[in-house]
Design a protein around this ligand. Structure first.
Ligand code: NDP
Length: 479
């Protein structure tokens, strides 16, 4: 498979004619060549997007909403292909990609179509005047997304940007370009207006940087690691671009002493190991009340040991490979570090060698480690793999302090049989998203995003639509 950039409604080769190899990490084989684009390709994409801007931004909202529904319908027909491509590109189980990635990639469009349709009018009456707020598009926007949920996160930005009348230059992660390409095929197949969505493949440091730096791109919506987020912010902030940053996490799963331990163990295992722990919301620090520590840990270890790690294409696989050999080595180095810090490996802790065709794949057994300090590197740095550390606490206050002992503040969950107690703990955790007795339960209307080094701004519902519009207040004095 050879992919091309999608600019002005055409699939075109990169300016310099260079390509990168794209690998299937579960088999360690090359599956595609993708453009190694440069600033020249970004320039072309920006020209295409700015040319399309006057027509798209003046297309009536109801027509833009119709386009979102057309994209959703066309993507829906290719859902099983989306799941298969995400699975071979990321190494995640195909059944997970069907349930999560494929469904959300479609529903992001239907959700924002519905949401824009029902957008409340903003009006503020004064004694002698009326204020009303209109929404104008920001212009041409740059969207940069990571590899863990490729089409899911890309469409989560594309749909609200489109419906608010912006034109788009987007760069998917170079590790997972396949479904962004499928989206371009879908746009082509429905004769979507040319130039409104442009996709440029390539390296973040070159293509991503060129997008962030481009003076004609008025807003950047970025999801990725905190270190990259800093570079993006340092470039975009002095240019006064609108900026949305969804960054890393080191989320706590807090098990209070009155929790139903079987349910909490299932919840904690799911929170830690979904997508091999490569979800920004994963609960990679499990904080457990002293009184129930041994009983809970036994249940958790049994839950995790029963997870099937294997060929992502098989339907009984719970955990596939991680994203790359390089990432696997980084994760293994954290496990070594924990062992050096006198951590106890309760289960996992090693690379797995699987039969063909996965013999050279990047597989790590889901790993639970305890007896390491809560302020150790493994317990504070984002590992972003199938590794969770377990820590003991003796009071709710101590659990909250431990949860907050990190530079990150994205998400977390609290498990208890007393909802009020759970809410009281959740409200004191410094994070943007907290769950009580559940995890990853999402209503797309709610604000999504982090505090501290987990990001700036919120996505979801009105927050996404506000980010992708310039709100203009018009105050009319009464006659
Ligand atoms: P990276 O930060 O490495 O990359 C994210 C995107 O940024 C990629 O497309 C990357 O391109 C691009 N990029 C890299 N350098 C630059 C640059 N200088 N300028 C502009 N763009 C650049 O993150 P990962 O892809 O490794 O994703 C994992 C991270 O994403 C984790 O930290 C995770 O927590 C976070 N994440 C956060 C979420 C949230 O909602 N808060 C959701 C999902 C993930 P390339 O890949 O080609 O280098």
């Amino acid at each position: 498979m050879q992919l091309e950039n999608y600019i002005e409604g055409k699939f075109i080769p990169p300016f310099h004619g260079n390509y990168l190899e794209n690998l299937n990490p579960a088999e360690n084989i090359v599956i595609a060549q993708i453009p190694e684009s440069t600033a020249e390709d970004v320039e072309l994409a920006v020209k295409s997007a700015t040319n399309a801007q006057p027509i798209w931004s003046t297309t009536p909202l109801n027509e833009r909403i119709d386009w979102l529904r057309k994209i959703a319908a066309a993507l829906d027909l290719r859902k099983s292909e989306i799941a298969m491509l995400e699975s071979i590109d990321t190494g995640k189980p195909v059944k997970l990609a069907e349930r999560v990635d494929a469904n959300r990639s479609v529903s992001n469009f239907t959700f924002f179509a519905d949401h824009a349709e029902n957008l409340a009018e903003l009006r503020f009456e004064m004694a002698d005047a009326t204020n009303y707020v209109i929404r104008k598009p920001v212009g041409t926007v740059g969207l940069i997304t990571p590899w863990n949920l490729p089409l899911y996160l890309l469409t989560w930005k594309i749909a609200p940007a489109l419906v608010m009348g912006n034109t788009i230059v987007a760069k998917p992660s170079e590790l997972t370009p396949l479904t962004a390409n499928l989206l371009c095929e879908v746009l082509d197949s429905i004769n979507f207006p040319k130039g409104v969505i442009n996709i440029v493949h390539g390296l973040g440091s070159i293509v991503g940087q060129a997008i962030v730096e481009h003076p004609k791109i008025s807003a950047i919506s970025f999801t990725g690691g905190t270190a990259t987020g800093k570079i993006v912010a340092a470039t975009a902030a002095p240019m006064f671009k609108k900026l949305s940053l969804e960054l890393g996490g080191k989320n706590a799963t807090i098990i209070l002493d009155d929790a139903d331990l079987s349910i909490a163990a299932q919840g904690a295992a799911r929170a830690a190991f979904t997508n091999s722990g490569q979800v920004c919301l994963c609960g990679s620090r499990i904080l457990v009340a002293d009184a129930i520590y041994d009983e809970f840990v036994e249940k958790l270890v049994s839950e995790v040991s029963n997870m099937t790690v294997g060929n992502p294409q098989l339907t009984d696989t719970d955990i596939g490979s991680v994203i790359s050999q390089e990432h696997m080595n980084k994760i293994l180095s954290y496990i070594d570090l924990a062992a050096n810090e006198h951590g106890r490996i309760l289960t996992g802790g090693k690379q797995l060698s699987l039969p063909k065709p996965n013999a050279d794949g990047a597989f790590i057994a889901p790993t639970l480690i305890d007896r390491i300090p809560i302020d150790s590197r493994c317990a504070t740095e984002e590992i972003f793999g199938p590794v969770a550390t377990i820590h003991r606490f003796s009071s709710d206050e101590e659990a909250i302090d431990m949860a907050n002992l990190t530079q990150y503040g994205l998400a977390g969950s609290v498990w208890t049989s007393d909802t009020e107690r759970g809410k009281a703990v959740a409200e004191q955790v410094e994070s943007g998203i907290l769950w009580v007795n559940t995890w990853l339960h999402r209503d797309l209307r709610t604000p999504f995003g982090g505090v501290k080094n987990s990001g700036v701004g919120r996505e979801g519902g009105d927050w996404s639509l506000n980010f992708f519009s310039e709100l203009t207040n018009i105050c009319v004095k009464d006659d």
